[in-house]
Design a protein around this ligand. Structure first.
Ligand code: 5MY
Ligand code: ADP
Length: 284
């Protein structure tokens, strides 16, 4: 089995200091190392529960990676990994964004030290103010014919205006590394809009989150993906997926207000960008 590091990982842990990072194979699978601190255990428990939960409707299940169990990976010194569907295996030039949901990324059961660390990051980013933060993104630049990724440390400190700009850049075709050029939002309507677009998918997820009380998705991310190879022919292949369940807890019959609030806020940002790009094209 030939495994390699994923080409388009936009956030999260990577192989460092002797610790394994995620890997992908050529059969469409993504291997995520089981993290210590009970995180790996929690994530496996979530996937096992979710996979067998017959009350999750099929149209919601499609927003989650398919789970293929766990496996010791020889080429990674026998490290235990969670085997998932590689969400990008069918994309050739994907643009990808990771949005960490919720106005708090900590939860009362965590250690005081961990809570303080999360609180600092939440306050410095738009987590507290807007209910989500952009953890990372990568976008294909159609002028430069290459991928562009903003610096993660800079991205962690952006405020509301920075989020609006990032969401525009994510759907723009012009030179993105040039800070003086205004993002053209050329693909806003094909990616964010339409009956298969990001907004429609987010709204479908929101309807489920308004009712589901099985899980509390602490510190979980939404991945947004689209294909640049076909976007200029109007085929965006836009997808919303949920990832990172290392801090999911039982919902115990209570709505996940933290995730739901962040999702509503994120929907408003996306809707505003769609609205302003519609207004712009009417003026042109
Ligand atoms: O260790 P750090 O400071 O890089 O923090 C990780 C975060 O990176 P950040 O700097 O916030 O972008 C990282 O955030 P991203 O997934 O990169 O958005 C995770 O929150 C990670 O925790 P976990 O995988 O959810 O358990 C975080 O790891 P822990 O701090 O929970 O170990
Ligand atoms: N199933 C998947 N398929 C493809 N890419 C993925 C998948 N899961 C995660 N990723 C990529 O890896 C990144 C980190 O994943 P995540 O589960 O959040 O790891 P961590 O727990 O280290 O934060 C995501 O931002 C995304 O780029």
């Amino acid at each position: 089995m030939h495994l390699k590091a994923p080409e388009h990982q936009v956030a999260g842990h990577i192989a460092k200091d002797g610790k394994p990072g995620p890997l992908v194979d050529d059969k469409g699978r993504f291997f995520k190392p089981l993290q210590g601190d009970s995180r790996g255990e929690i994530e496996v428990k979530f996937y096992e529960s979710f996979s067998s939960n017959t009350e999750v409707p099929a149209h919601i299940r499609r927003y989650f990676p398919v789970y293929h169990g766990t496996q010791a990976v020889e080429s990674s010194d026998g490290a235990a990994m969670i085997v998932l569907e590689n969400l990008l295996s069918k994309y050739s030039k994907p643009s990808v964004m990771d949005v960490k949901m919720g106005s708090r990324t900590w939860y009362p059961e965590a250690s005081e030290e961990y809570i303080q660390k999360c609180l600092r990051k939440d306050a410095r980013s738009t987590t507290v103010s807007s209910g989500f933060r952009i953890s990372g993104f990568e976008v294909y630049d159609h002028k430069e014919l290459s991928f562009w990724k903003p610096d993660r440390k800079l991205l962690n400190g952006i405020k509301v205006d920075g989020v609006r700009l990032a969401l525009r850049k994510f759907v723009s075709s012009n030179t993105l590394s040039d800070t003086s050029s205004k993002p053209d939002s050329a693909f806003a309507s094909s990616v964010y809009g339409g009956s298969n677009g990001i907004l429609t998918q987010l709204l479908e997820l929101k309807t489920w989150f308004e009712n589901q009380t099985f899980y509390h998705f602490n510190s979980c991310s939404i991945l947004i993906i689209y294909e640049n190879e076909s976007i200029q022919d109007g085929d965006a292949r836009a997808q919303v997926k949920l990832v990172d369940f290392a801090h999911v807890h039982d919902g115990n019959g209570v709505i996940d207000h933290n995730f739901l609030g962040g999702l509503c806020s994120f929907i408003n940002f996306v809707r505003d960008i769609l609205q302003s790009s519609d207004d712009q094209s009417t003026q042109d």
